[in-house]
Design a protein around this ligand. Structure first.
Ligand SMILES: N[C@@H](CCC(=O)N[C@@H](CS)C(=O)NCC(=O)O)C(=O)O
Length: 269
């Protein structure tokens, strides 16, 4: 059954509408999950339009991102990507040997269910930047800015802190989190080696996941400056990998972050 509460009622066939937070000033999306889906859409060359959720439109799961495709909503970044691969026949982005597929699955868990919590832990400590110009500050004024800073950011901070505590890493000390983060970055760095992408010379779905989580670590504030130093000094291949994907698939990065326009043109003609 098509959804009755669609955000985009006059939809075009086989066009993806991606509902997410607005652009931020320091990264196109401060949500690693939305950033992963949008990066995937670009890699897979699927036509899409972003829709600002205005901090209110949420999926049936109560979160962003979600997509609308041919009159149906799909939520959760991982489920969304699986749906897109099937609908648009993008199986080449999953085309790996059985052994690489198994390894990619393990790296997916590392990124999404372990390393991601370093970013979320940092946000549970201090998420005030979300109301500054590097976050959504430039988009808000007057009462909206006041409410965002004093209520919404506080609610996001306590929600994310609670989720990190429930996951477990939120109960770690800063030193413990840092150690875990470094081990994850070392593992990813070894897997990448001197290849352009995690599994060779062609980009795969797992690279969208890795790019999004690594970019959040690099481009948004973390609880310790040592994380960024570690990228630069110990895992420079990961830093170069993020830059490579950024240059190729986010050539409009500076434009999106300076204008906070959600639908900039990014493809090189
Ligand atoms: N497992 C979900 C996680 C999505 C998620 O955590 N979304 C956050 C933004 S990064 C959200 O909507 N938070 C608002 C809230 O929970 O109220 C996915 O992969 O899409």
């Amino acid at each position: 059954m098509p959804s009755t509460n669609l955000v985009k009622r006059d939809w075009e066939k086989d066009h993806v509408y991606l509902i997410q937070f607005p652009r931020a000033g320091m990264i196109p999306s401060p949500s690693p999950y939305a950033f992963k889906v949008e990066t995937f859409l670009r890699i897979a060359d699927i036509p899409y339009t972003n829709i600002n959720n205005e901090f209110k439109k949420m999926s049936a799961r109560g979160q962003i991102p979600f997509i609308e495709l041919n009159g149906r909503q799909h939520a959760d970044s991982t489920i969304i990507i699986d749906t897109l691969i099937e609908h648009f026949h993008k199986t080449e982005l999953e085309n790996l040997s059985a052994s690489d597929k198994a390894t990619a699955r393990a790296y997916f868990a590392l990124l999404e269910h372990h390393l991601c919590w370093v970013t979320l832990y940092s946000r549970g400590q201090d998420f005030k930047w979300l109301a500054t110009d590097g976050g959504f500050g430039r988009l808000l004024s007057g009462i909206k800015a006041f409410a965002f800073k004093n209520f919404i950011v506080k609610s996001f901070t306590s929600k994310v802190r609670g989720r990190a505590a429930a996951q477990g890493m939120g109960t770690f000390s800063k030193e413990e989190i840092l150690e875990q983060c470094k081990k994850d970055l070392d593992a990813l760095s070894v897997q990448l080696g001197d290849k352009p992408y995690l599994f060779g010379s062609s980009i795969k779905t797992i690279d969208a996941t890795a790019f999004a989580h690594l970019a959040e670590l690099i481009y948004t504030p973390q609880f310790s400056p040592e994380i960024k130093t570690y990228f630069e000094e110990k895992t420079p291949n990961l830093q170069a990998y993020v830059n490579r994907i950024k240059e190729k698939y986010w050539s409009d990065w500076d434009e999106t972050t300076s204008t906070q326009d959600m639908n900039t043109t990014w493809k090189m003609e």
